[in-house]
Write a protein that binds this ligand. Structure first.
Ligand code: MG
Length: 377
């Protein structure tokens, strides 16, 4: 089979219509600007730390569960597939996907909720904003600037949500939230690729852990239909192979539906340039039927996996660890490592949040032990 190289659609983000970087840099030569963004993300410290950050299961609970790193790679894969099929910029979509979770705290959403609660009188904590802060400020890799100096479009895609109060502080990047304009199609693609990736890998991890069972999962119409299709093709199939043959079909069904629906919306919007994307309604989405099936799947995972008592035991412990660390550093910032002590001389609470948010799961547990365990560890 020959691979046909297709030209980008007129509404795709390109090196030509890009709003560029905050600090001007020479052209990247053999790479595109967005390949350069992706490569900077891959080489960052925050990206490597994702390997030891929880998605749903804490990293040490098993070697086969997703971590934020493998999750981000799966989001990158799905984003690239969709972006290329829509003839938009797949390098940009991949750069956004690999960077989208850089700002996550240890212990998944439980960690972020706990840190947000600790920060409620100090500007709050949002992981999207923290991802942006990492690529704009916190990474220390270049002589000429703080952060990674990524293009406007990659930064726009990273900032998926943002409160209006925060948007006002973000200048150009916050403007679209105030004006209710949509981000690029590439950013919209990553948003849904994230959802497709985590719904499906959480089913896989849930089944692998034994917290979910195949029989139970039959309540979910999309899963049930895909399992039937797998059995129809391979009548003797069971166990892990059945799980994988089902999940590859659910991912495929979601992506196929999304491509068809998005194609229809793009056509209806008669886009002729990138600016048309910003003023059009949301373009990347599922059909109404698939949207409701996807909602059923999400509700099922929420009720049966994320609120499973074994998961709640972990999230309760995680909340306590984060709150304990925050409180002890607030009481005595001299306990912070020297680099963060210096930052704390400026904005104490933000420096503490940066330190805690940057921790991996196991680092947070060790640090908690060092500070609280009687007899030390
Ligand atoms: Mg994600």
């Amino acid at each position: 089979m020959t691979v046909v190289m297709t030209e980008l659609a007129p509404y795709a983000v390109t090196g030509t219509n890009s709003r560029g970087r905050i600090i001007g840099e020479p052209s990247p030569g053999a790479r595109s600007e967005f390949q350069r963004d992706r490569d900077r993300v891959i080489h960052s410290t925050a990206f490597r730390r994702l390997e030891y950050k929880t998605q749903v299961f804490v990293n040490h609970e098993g070697d086969l569960f997703r971590t934020r790193l493998t999750h981000s790679i799966e989001v990158g894969q799905i984003s690239r597939t969709i972006a290329r099929a829509l003839r938009v910029n797949d390098d940009l979509a991949e750069a956004i996907a690999l960077a989208h979770d850089l700002g996550h705290t240890p212990f998944g959403h439980a960690g972020q909720d706990a840190l947000n609660e600790c920060m409620k009188d100090h500007g709050g904590f949002e992981h999207n904003l923290q991802s942006l802060r990492i690529v704009d400020v916190l990474e220390e890799r270049y002589g000429a600037f703080d952060g990674l100096n990524l293009t406007f479009e990659t930064r726009e895609g990273i900032l998926k949500h943002c409160s209006l109060a925060n948007a006002k502080k973000l200048g150009d990047l916050g403007q679209r939230f105030l004006e209710k304009r949509r981000p690029s199609i590439e950013a919209q693609v990553c948003n849904l690729a994230d959802e497709i990736a985590y719904n499906n890998h959480d089913i896989d991890d849930g089944l692998r852990s034994g917290l979910l069972t195949l029989e139970q999962m039959r309540e979910v119409s999309l899963f049930s239909r895909c399992a039937d299709a797998a059995v129809a093709e391979y009548p003797a199939i069971s166990g892990r192979r059945l799980v994988h043959e089902t999940i590859r079909r659910t991912i495929n069904a979601l992506v196929t539906d999304l491509l068809a629906e998005t194609g229809r919306r793009i056509e209806a919007a008669s886009l002729s340039c990138l600016n048309d994307v910003h003023i059009a309604p949301t373009l990347v989405g599922f059909s109404a039927e698939m949207h409701s099936e996807n909602m059923q799947l999400k509700a099922y995972l929420r009720d049966n996996l994320y609120r499973h008592y074994q998961v709640l035991r972990m999230t309760s412990k995680a909340r306590r660890i984060i709150a304990d660390l925050f409180n002890i550093f607030m009481d005595d910032p001299r306990l912070l490592p020297p680099q963060y002590q210096r930052m704390a001389e400026g904005d104490k609470t933000r420096a503490i949040a940066d330190y805690i948010a940057g921790m991996t799961d196991r680092y947070a547990m060790k640090e908690h032990g060092r500070l609280f365990a009687v007899g030390g560890v």
